[in-house]
Design a protein around this ligand. Structure first.
Ligand SMILES: Nc1ncnc2c1ncn2[C@@H]1O[C@H](COP(=O)(O)OP(=O)(O)OP(=O)(O)O)[C@@H](O)[C@H]1O
Ligand SMILES: [Mg+2]
Length: 310
């Protein structure tokens, strides 16, 4: 199968701003691919070029086998891709249902309007004027508009910004369902948990260049990072008594280990023999956010390491 998206050496300047400086990546059909990166990194610019909204200065771009920069590809491409842009202007005086129904009319084989309203959780609000929707409700409408055309490829630029935690989880499930039904998804996000939960692969872009790419669990060598076992030093114990080398800071003992199972076995065996309590015991590895911060030049101090997602 050809790749859904192929980008090779893509460049885009806005005057003196070099927004995209030689970006290359591919998105396979049927996968969820996430672009991560700081504000101004070039994510939206890249997406807008793939969507055919912006010209590029250099590089090769293939979207479902077509070149979005060629006018001839325009209609066919619009029929087969769906978009949720970072900022979308909708007609404020139409109702939610009218807005989705109107957009359905732009496609040859749209999805069912009421089904889509149900999928994004807007059934109850279908008669509401768009201008009265809350921020998160508007974003759900954007999602509905992105999928109404039943696209092969869906671009989502920060799709869940402004969502409450329940709405975000529903949206993740919706995106997974779309992927499972065969839609390829290219999204951007600032939520590391979203990338971790959703993406098959991620690329981190900083200053217009890709700095790392891979599965969320393996990005930046995450899968090879040493585990850390931490616990509060038991009362009446000293560091030297522990059955391995450890460091102590801010009330917590830290042991870095390649073999967390074995380390825990030694540790708990020692604690039981000593009748010591291991308060606040945790095992973790660097989280996706830790790795992201390192890759984008904001190293976290050791104790700032968050609990890993997995
Ligand atoms: N129309 C424009 N004219 C001039 N500069 C622009 C234009 N659009 C974007 N830029 C600049 O290009 C760079 C990349 O912007 P882009 O919107 O692609 O970033 P982004 O990664 O999507 O950021 P964010 O996470 O904030 O959405 C930024 O420096 C931005 O200021
Ligand atoms: Mg953007």
């Amino acid at each position: 199968m050809p790749d859904a998206v192929e980008v090779v050496g893509l460049r885009k300047d806005y005057g003196t701003v070099q927004a995209v400086r030689g970006v290359s990546f591919t998105v396979e059909q049927g996968e969820i691919f996430a672009l991560l990166g700081p504000n101004g990194a070039g994510k939206s610019t890249t997406l807008e070029i793939l969507e055919g909204f912006r010209d590029r200065d250099a590089g090769r771009v293939g979207v479902l086998g077509m070149d979005p920069g060629e006018r001839a590809a325009g209609r066919e491409l619009r029929e087969r891709i769906g978009l949720v842009l970072q900022d979308i202007a909708v007609e404020p005086y139409l109702t939610v249902r009218e807005t989705v129904a109107r957009n359905a009319g732009y496609y040859r084989w749209p999805r069912d309007v009421d089904e889509v309203l149900g999928l994004v959780g807007l059934t109850e609000l279908r008669r509401r004027k768009v201008r009265t929707l809350s921020g998160g409700q508007k974003r759900r409408l954007d999602l509905a508009l992105g999928m109404i055309g039943n696209p092969n490829l869906l671009f989502l630029d920060e799709p869940t910004t402004g969502f409450d935690p329940n709405a975000r989880r529903s949206a993740w499930q919706l995106v997974r369902n779309l992927r499972d039904a065969g839609t390829t998804i290219l999204l951007t996000t600032h939520y590391m948990e979203e990338a971790q939960e959703l993406a098959d692969r991620v690329a981190v872009i900083a200053d217009g260049r890709i700095v790392s790419e891979g599965a969320p669990s393996a990005l930046g060598g995450r899968d090879n990072a040493r585990a850390r076992v931490r616990f509060a030093l038991p009362r009446d114990c000293v560091l030297g008594e522990l059955p391995f080398a450890a460091t102590y800071a801010e009330g917590l003992v830290t042991v870095e280990t390649e073999e967390p199972t074995e380390t825990l076995h030694h540790l708990t065996g020692w604690a039981l023999r000593r009748a010591a309590v291991l308060d606040r015991l945790t095992v973790d590895r660097p989280s996706l956010e830790d790795v992201y911060l390192r890759l984008t030049g904001h190293d976290v101090p050791e104790h700032g390491m968050r609990r890993s997602v997995r």
